[in-house]
Design a protein around this ligand. Structure first.
Ligand code: UD1
Length: 363
């Protein structure tokens, strides 16, 4: 009997560390075969290839090369380029991860062609439909056969939406599988040392949400409390291309010990975060990673779709008002860190996913 194919879809930076452990878990089985598709939603070396190299992800046999565009143009382009791949591979299942445009685009094509979809990181809800990711999450969950969930809030959200519990599997967090696997390798790079930073003596900032960075005045307002912090300690800010475009036009983003740099590789950024005194972010994944690392995190958003990082982890939801961000920073710097790692964030989520898929894919 030949192995059943599972088509794994990745497109944007936060997808790569989620796909890596699933591909590795599939590779260990001889009854399932992973076939990787890279949509090309992200394409800069530092946003894409570097992650493949560092995480040891095999060269994808399919690269769709879609590039950037409006939501409609990008989503449509992924759909039309993904359709023939699906026809050629004829997989038993398509696995999509996270909440980016590549996630919903591939899922939509697959279900309409009659191929069942597994959504990894299902059930998360910010309850903010102005976020493109929230729309992607809701729609992908609605059409997926298997809903693989990272934290109990995801199970509750899906229950509330009337989803059949048989579709819902609380399996843990594949991004944390990758973090645990690569943590030591990242530490060995001594990134703080190479940047002349004292472990525990600096902060890290990331910001790329459209609602925070697309408008230059809003971006300047978000940066004001960060610049105050940069009077006290170095703040390293690897700048996402979306943010870079606005920063350079607005002439903001300098002062004190604020250090702007290019986007980093996975290992470098993990090493940098691990020894930070504090992380400031509007990313979803970083809220989870800091929780596992035990590093205080201040989230520059009004909501989070990952509430366990606040209730159990090290995350503080600061909102977006400068005074609230300032007080969240000072609380994070003074209060003892009391986070604990959520259940099932133990490095084995991908294996659980593959076990469920194996049982339900008709061999
Ligand atoms: C996307 C995801 C977001 C995720 C983020 C992580 C959607 C709707 N958004 O946002 O959920 O948190 O990735 O990074 O899918 N660009 C480059 N080089 C690249 C990629 C992008 O220069 O390799 C620039 C382009 O100008 C592009 C802009 O960044 O227009 C935005 O890229 P896009 O993929 O549309 O959205 P992100 O903001 O990266």
């Amino acid at each position: 009997m030949s192995a059943r194919r599972v088509l794994l879809v990745a497109g944007a930076r936060p997808n790569f560390m989620k796909v890596a452990p699933i591909a590795a878990a599939l590779r260990k089985r001889d009854d399932l075969e992973a076939v990787l598709v890279h949509t090309g939603q992200h394409y800069d070396r530092a946003m894409s290839e570097l992650f493949f190299e560092q995480l040891g992800i095999e060269e994808p046999p399919y690269r769709l090369g879609v590039g950037s565009g409006s939501h409609a143009a990008q989503t449509a382009e992924i759909m039309s380029r993904f359709e023939p791949v699906l026809g050629e591979v004829r997989p038993a299942a398509v696995v999509v991860v996270g909440d980016v445009n590549s996630t919903i685009a591939a899922a939509l094509v697959a279900v309409k062609e009659g191929t069942p979809v597994a959504h990894v990181e299902a059930g998360l809800r910010s309850f903010d439909r102005t976020m493109p990711e929230e729309i992607n999450r809701l729609l992908t969950d609605a059409i997926s056969t298997w809903l693989f969930v990272t934290e109990p809030s995801g199970v509750e959200n899906l229950q509330r939406e009337g989803v059949d519990p048989a579709r819902v599997h609380l399996v843990g967090n594949v991004m944390i599988d990758t973090l645990l696997r690569f943590r030591e390798r990242a530490a060995a790079l001594d990134v703080p040392g190479t940047m002349g930073l004292e472990p525990g003596g600096y902060a890290v900032l990331t910001m790329h949400r459209p609602s925070n960075v697309d408008d230059p005045e809003t971006l300047a307002a978000r940066l004001a409390p960060v610049l105050s912090l940069a009077e006290e300690m170095p703040v390293v800010f690897p700048v996402h291309p979306r943010t870079r475009a606005v920063l350079s036009g607005a002439g903001t983003g300098s002062g004190g010990q604020l250090r702007l740099c290019d986007p980093m590789g996975y290992l470098e950024f993990l090493g940098l975060m691990s020894s930070a005194r504090l992380v400031l972010t509007d990313s979803g994944g970083i809220q989870e990673e800091t929780t596992v690392l035990g590093v205080p995190c201040v989230t520059l958003r009004d909501n989070t779709e990952r509430p366990i990082t606040v209730t159990q982890g090290t995350n503080r939801l600061a909102g977006t008002r400068p005074d609230r961000i300032r007080s969240a920073i000072s609380e994070a710097l003074t209060a003892p860190s009391t986070g604990r790692v959520p259940d099932l964030w133990d490095g084995r989520a991908a294996e659980r996913i593959v076990d469920v898929l194996r049982l339900s894919i008709d061999g």
